[in-house]
Design a protein around this ligand. Structure first.
Ligand code: ATP
Ligand code: MG
Length: 456
């Protein structure tokens, strides 16, 4: 794609540039792909900006598959059989956001300079053309070299036009490890109260990218109070000391270390951020002055669901994250029956993630704790692999007896069938009962009899 900062757009992008230009328009690669190429990284996707207005762009690609992803903002995506869709956006002028949320109006322009001026940071405001080279009106290339994030234009104005830029600034700092230029940083802090007006979906996207950044922990540490502006439930963690021999940091600092050690997936990074959020509310002391946090996992789980729900996470992802939080303190080494229940209820992938979270958590505690706890964690990982490779029964589906067999034995259709099956499964998971049809039937008969007697 590129070598030593030389930008080589893929053929599909070159073709799009060509097509627009032969129709008499200007077309440039802009934004993240230029930034990433100059950094020697392979761009995730290629955005094209053009002097063509949206209808004109559509006309250039008549007959091809086009998605109007943001036509009112001037964006169309061109879908080709191979590769990523290429997004083409008409040059736009910044028009201001009186509510800090929606642009007041969208005004298209024929002028590249207008379009670059409305972009957020100098490193994101460069354009590149394979024949015409780099257009860098705001010193973006130098800022890239110096690893600096600097607003295009007057920072205070830019943050008040769109408060999301505050989070974007933290996000790019977390992804790239860049420092924030002083004027931009001052404006960032001054504008933080504007964050409350943002749509939760936009906040979620930027926070998730921030959390998955290589430098996330440092950014969360430096800008904690800005993050608390959008996640106020986390504020009590900072300064919540942990007077126990297992910990050497307060809850917030421990959390930052856990985030840093967690693999960079959205689920694990969010779970690491939230796993101890319930601690401040659950803190108590025993007479010897030792701090305890009894019952904090369900409290953290409750907060996680509240926070992720407010950020409009899809239910499935919300639960995946919250379950990790719920179970992060489960006893190690795990007992076989507990591990089987987790595997049966949540699946192999989620349990593997739980172990990753536990590992990140223990590596963020007092010196020596990690080495002390790791063998128990590894034993649980090994046991999970054994259970899975043996093909042990973990779910109702895996049982050698099903609802139909119970009906044939005379259990009436209704909730009773489910109750008996779950009871049998529990006993199978606990190792009290082999998963064999004849034995399951015999035990089912006993259970039916007990229930009948209880009912009398
Ligand atoms: P990524 O690689 O994560 O996609 P990106 O720089 O491409 O990074 P996008 O969110 O895709 O980020 O935005 C594309 C470009 O649009 C940015 O590089 C920037 O120039 C501009 N941009 C996006 N959002 C804003 C905003 N809120 N204010 C100003 N400019 C923005
Ligand atoms: Mg992008």
């Amino acid at each position: 794609m590129e070598q030593n900062g030389v930008i080589q757009p893929p053929a599909a992008v070159l073709e799009v540039l060509d097509r627009l230009e032969s129709a008499g328009f200007q077309a440039w690669c802009v934004g993240g792909c230029v930034r990433d190429s100059l950094l020697g990284k392979r761009p995730f996707d290629w955005d094209i900006a053009t002097s063509a207005f949206p209808q004109e762009t559509q006309a250039c690609f008549a007959g091809e598959q086009i998605i109007e992803i943001g036509l009112s903002h001037g964006t169309v995506a061109l879908v080709r059989k191979t590769g990523h869709p290429v997004e083409i956006t008409s040059f736009r002028v910044e028009t201001g956001y009186t509510d800090g949320r929606h642009p007041d109006s969208v005004v298209f322009s024929r002028c590249l300079k207008d379009d670059l001026s409305r972009r957020d940071f100098t490193v994101n405001a460069m354009a590149y053309h394979p024949k015409r080279g780099l257009v860098d009106l705001f010193g973006g290339k130098e800022d890239l070299k110096q690893k600096i994030l600097r607003c295009v234009g007057e920072p205070a104005e830019r943050f008040s036009e769109d408060a999301l830029r505050i989070l974007r600034c933290l996000r790019f700092s977390a992804q790239l490890g860049f420092t924030v230029e002083e004027n931009t940083r001052r404006a960032l802090w001054q504008a933080k109260s504007l964050l409350s007006g943002l749509s939760q979906e936009r906040v979620r996207e930027e926070l998730t990218k921030l959390l998955c950044g290589e430098y996330a922990a440092g950014v969360l540490r430096e800008y904690a109070e800005i993050v608390f502006e959008v996640l106020p439930q986390l504020a009590p963690m900072k300064g919540c000391t942990q007077e126990t021999r297992f910990h050497c940091y307060d809850v917030w600092e421990h959390t930052l270390h856990a985030v840093d050690h967690a693999p960079k997936s959205p689920e694990l990074r969010w779970a690491a951020l939230l796993h101890d959020s319930g601690k401040p509310a659950k803190k108590t002391f025993s007479p010897d002055g030792v701090a305890h946090f009894y019952g904090h996992p369900p409290e953290s789980g409750r907060l996680a669901r509240e926070i992720l729900g407010r950020l409009r996470f899809a239910n499935r992802q919300k639960e995946q994250i919250a379950l990790l939080v719920d179970h992060h303190e489960d006893r190690l080494p795990m007992e076989e029956k507990h591990l089987k229940k987790l595997l049966g209820q949540y699946g192999e992938e989620e349990v593997a993630r739980l172990f990753e979270l536990m590992e990140a958590d223990m590596s963020a505690k007092a010196p020596g704790i990690y080495e002390l706890r790791l063998p128990d964690l590894e034993a649980s990982r090994t046991l999970a692999r054994e259970i899975l490779s043996r093909g042990d029964c973990l779910t109702l589906k895996g049982m050698a007896l099903d609802g139909k067999a119970l009906r044939d034995m005379g259990v009436p259709v209704g909730p009773e069938i489910g109750k008996i099956l779950r009871c049998l499964l529990d006993e199978v998971l606990e190792g009290k009962l082999p998963n064999e049809k004849a034995l399951l039937m015999e035990r089912a008969r006993q259970l039916m009899q007990n229930r009948a007697e209880d009912a009398q």
